[in-house]
Design a protein around this ligand. Structure first.
Ligand SMILES: Nc1ncnc2c1ncn2[C@@H]1O[C@H](COP(=O)(O)OP(=O)(O)OP(=O)(O)O)[C@@H](O)[C@H]1O
Length: 616
């Protein structure tokens, strides 16, 4: 993740420039879906704010010329009537005032609708991002490139669609103003129009180029930004701060955080300086053309080709035209930038997901139980961690998995729960491939707790309820699950019972001990009332000996006619299983009952005696 090379140059600047505009239409339709009324309101206000400035300028010319001629009339009249002389001019002044008020109204309307749309759209895009996240497989989550896309999308893209639409409207507004100014200017000279455009073009080209550079910089540095976000989390979250403090890691991590910033900042500074310097130099060209045109109009007025009112009007048209042109060009290069960011959002949203096609709700051989047939597995991009595993577990049987750390026990459970697919071989449930099963049926049939279960910052009852979405709020089910998982005792002692908030993130949240949390997780697995496969991955590691013995007594009671799989490093727990499988580096090396394995005097026997000795 360290930044080894400078960020890459674009492939073909011109084609990539126009290529990115393909997302504009999608952004517009996204805004339309969010609120058609506000989008129409935006369009209307844009039109009003676009046309009226030229009208106001034209009225301005009428005022100046009106004043000049009124002065003349007033001066030369024998009996000057002030009221009669000034009325027409005052009428024009009032009209201009009205127009300016309308422009202000349209602009307020624009900004009000923009800020409301920003909130709605931000929410909509965030929901889209999170919905997509729900469809990704575990393997995709572990893919750092995809994770980068997700992070970038979340960080930036929720504000970009509206940005793009605002700029599109601003472009439209300025284009309307420009056209109306153009109509006025062409009457003076078509050359004047050309000068106006030529003066602004260089700034636009440089802006477009630097927008592209900024986006590539953003993309290039995203792994490092992610590391920064991670360090922020470690340094400022309650679940990691304990260890950070004890090990005195604050300064080390903070230094790393600063170093990343320094590295990223130097690239950003370079880009900003280049962008602004070129912007200034090329902007001067625009100013130069404006003053050349200014001189020209002045000369024409002095020689009598233009009236004073026309001179004021053309100067205004020039000045405002130039502002509108440069605003349009800035909008275009901004749209280019927004499109680049949106391309990232859509790349993420269009990420293909592993669709679960299975529809089976019953297997070919009901009652056959679980079979692993020659199953091998490698994590994406990794080496094989399970090799040719074959097992059979019948209903009512219990299986224990034993093996050293990293031997592949949890991985086997991940395959069984279909979080990953075997790279070779197949897993059958009731005679049918796991892949062919309907996802919801499968979910209902398997109750599992992993060793790294989640400690939800929710109420106690909800922490149990997540075990079965259909009974998320069912207090009776919470109670019976908590009873089986031995959590009911301490829950009753809590201030609000099942309604007590857990964790420290929210007000009045209660923290639990490691063993208590484990009892919550265990109860969560019992929420699946209809599950006939129960998997416990080191469920009692944090419990005291008495609690552990009790947990297993209840577990056996509860699971008499079910298939159970238990992973534990404690042999006292494992020994009662009907079938014990010893895994070593992804291979099954021994297999049998406790007594049979002891008699074999192999790896199991050695480990068992080693542990037994520790207790003597
Ligand atoms: N998400 C992952 N991506 C890549 N490799 C992984 C992943 N999870 C585990 N591994 C690797 O797979 C192997 C088996 O890990 P697994 O978690 O199945 O072991 P385990 O037997 O459950 O260990 P423990 O007793 O420590 O819980 C290990 O070598 C580990 O490095």
């Amino acid at each position: 993740m360290s930044p080894t090379a400078p960020y890459p140059p674009p492939a073909n600047p011109l084609s990539s420039f126009f290529g990115v505009f393909r997302y504009s239409r999608r952004a517009l339709s996204l805004v339309w879906q969010t609120s058609p009324a506000m989008m129409l309101g935006l369009a209307l206000c844009t039109l009003v704010a676009g046309v009226l400035p030229a009208v106001a300028t034209w009225v301005g010319q009428l005022i100046v010329d009106g004043v000049v001629s009124a002065m003349e009339t007033y001066r030369t009249a024998e009996e000057p009537d002030l009221w009669d002389t000034i009325t027409p001019v005052l009428g024009w002044v009032a009209l201009e005032g009205g127009i300016i008020a309308l422009i202000a109204l349209a602009q307020r309307g624009l900004s009000a609708q923009q800020s409301l749309l920003r909130a709605l759209l931000g929410q909509k895009v965030n929901v889209m991002i999170l919905e997509k996240a729900g469809t990704l497989s575990l393997g995709q989550f572990e893919d750092s490139e995809l994770y980068d896309k997700l992070t970038r999308a979340r960080r930036e893209a929720s504000t970009r669609p509206l940005g793009l639409v605002n700029k599109t409207f601003s472009l439209l507004q300025n284009a309307i103003s420009l056209t109306s100014f153009g109509v006025l200017l062409v009457q003076f000279s078509p050359w004047a129009l050309l000068i106006l455009v030529a003066g602004a073009l260089p700034v636009f080209i440089s802006e477009a180029k630097f927008s592209g550079d900024a986006f590539r910089l953003f993309r290039w540095r995203s792994p490092q930004t992610r590391m920064q976000m991670y360090l922020e989390t470690v340094l400022a979250r309650e679940d990691s701060i304990k260890e950070v403090k004890l090990f005195g890691l604050e300064s080390l991590f903070l230094q790393r955080y600063r170093d990343i910033f320094t590295r990223l900042f130097s690239e950003e500074r370079l880009l900003t300086l280049r962008r602004e310097s070129w912007g200034f130099i090329l902007g001067l060209l625009g100013t130069l053309t404006f003053y050349a045109a200014y001189g020209w109009v002045v000369v024409e007025t002095i020689t009598g080709a233009l009236t004073l009112g026309q001179m004021t009007m053309y100067l205004m048209v020039f000045k405002q035209g130039q502002a509108a042109l440069s605003a349009s060009l800035t909008a275009i290069s901004g749209m280019y930038e927004d499109n680049l960011y949106l391309s990232n959002l859509y790349e993420y949203l269009e990420q293909p997901t592993d669709v679960e096609h299975g529809t089976l709700t019953q297997g070919e051989v009901p009652g056959d139980g679980l079979r692993f047939e020659g199953v091998s597995f490698a994590y994406p991009g990794g080496e094989e961690v399970l090799h040719n595993i074959s097992l059979h577990l019948k209903p009512g049987q219990s299986l224990a998995l034993v093996g050293e750390n990293g031997s592949g026990k949890t991985t086997l459970i991940k395959l069984l729960t279909r979080l990953y697919q075997p790279t070779q071989g197949r897993i059958l449930l009731d005679g049918s491939d796991l892949r062919d099963w309907d996802a919801e049926t499968l979910r209902q049939r398997i109750g599992v707790i992993f060793q790294d279960f989640v400690r939800y910052q929710l109420q106690v009852g909800e922490n149990l309820g997540v075990g079965d979405m259909h009974a998320f709020d069912d207090e009776q089910r919470w109670q019976s699950a908590a009873h089986q998982g031995m959590a009911d005792d301490f829950i009753h002692r809590m201030p609000k019972g099942y309604r007590t908030q857990l964790g420290r993130w929210f007000k009045n949240g209660q923290e639990l001990s490691g063993g208590q949390w484990q009892k919550i997780a265990l109860s969560r697995a019992y929420m699946r009332e209809n599950a006939d496969i129960l998997v416990l991955d080191e469920p009692t590691a944090a419990m005291d000996a008495a609690a552990e013995a009790e947990v297993f007594a209840r577990f056996r009671e509860h699971s008499r006619d079910k298939m159970t799989i238990l992973i534990s490093h404690r042999f006292s727990t494992v020994r009662s299983a009907e079938d014990i499988v010893v895994i070593d580096q992804g291979h099954i090396i021994e297999h049998g009952t406790h007594e049979a394995l002891l008699a074999q005097n192999g790896r199991y026997a050695t480990l068992f005696h080693l542990q037994a000795k520790g207790y003597q």
